[in-house]
Design a protein around this ligand. Structure first.
Ligand SMILES: Cc1cc2nc3c(=O)[nH]c(=O)nc-3n(C[C@H](O)[C@H](O)[C@H](O)COP(=O)(O)O)c2cc1C
Length: 183
């Protein structure tokens, strides 16, 4: 069975190369709206969505993240990113930063998938980016948190990079052995 929603879910893939051009504001608004439409435990909505389109800010976090990766001696991770253009954020022009309250990882995860699916439905590429946490762990972390407007007590949940892909990717092959019907 297939319909428009199922097709978009099936065709979404993690995009790791962007042309850097900012998508239209109305698309970013629609994605942000889809993010906050996510379900949450007891409808607590324990998130804040920060849409970062400030190129200099994204660039600065990228550089700091790559520096931390290289200084931490995580050779494998550093080389993986160097092989993908040397950028932690793949030249994405927009980061949807999902802030969370402690203990609400599941809710943040659901938000991130809503963002990715909404982006795909609008013809945009996206990648959920756990590595986006890295710049917040170094000495510039507090400054980045301040600049991104983290409210007191809130923390990095997850980030989703969004933009126009430079190359069309393919979705991962779903492993149907992971599905079990008990009938
Ligand atoms: C919680 C989470 C964190 C992720 N973090 C990163 C990341 O930091 N960098 C990255 O390139 N991809 C990241 N990904 C994307 C996964 O690598 C990707 O979803 C997976 O390889 C399957 O590929 P697909 O999304 O193209 O189907 C992350 C995905 C999830 C769900």
């Amino acid at each position: 069975m297939m319909n428009e929603t199922l097709r978009i879910i099936a065709e979404r893939y993690s995009c790791r190369a962007y042309d850097g051009r900012l998508p239209e504001r109305e698309k970013l608004d629609a994605i942000a709206r889809a993010a906050i439409q996510a379900p949450s435990a007891m409808n607590r909505q324990p998130w804040q969505i920060v849409v970062i389109t400030d190129k200099a800010f994204i660039e600065e976090m990228d550089t700091e993240g790559m520096r931390i990766l290289s200084e931490a001696g995580d050779r494998a991770a550093h080389e993986r990113f160097m092989g993908r253009g040397g950028k932690l954020y793949y030249n994405a022009p927009c980061m949807f930063l999902v802030l969370k309250q402690p203990g609400t990882d599941m809710d943040a995860g659901i938000v991130s998938e809503n963002i990715a699916i909404a982006a795909a439905s609008l013809g945009l590429g996206s990648v959920i980016c756990g590595m986006a946490a890295i710049p917040f762990t170094g000495q510039k972390g507090d400054g980045f948190r301040k600049r991104a407007g983290f409210p007191q007590g809130w923390e990095f949940g997850i980030a989703v990079l969004v933009g126009r892909p430079t190359v069309t990717g393919t979705p991962h092959e779903p492993d149907t052995s992971k599905i079990l019907f008990v009938e």
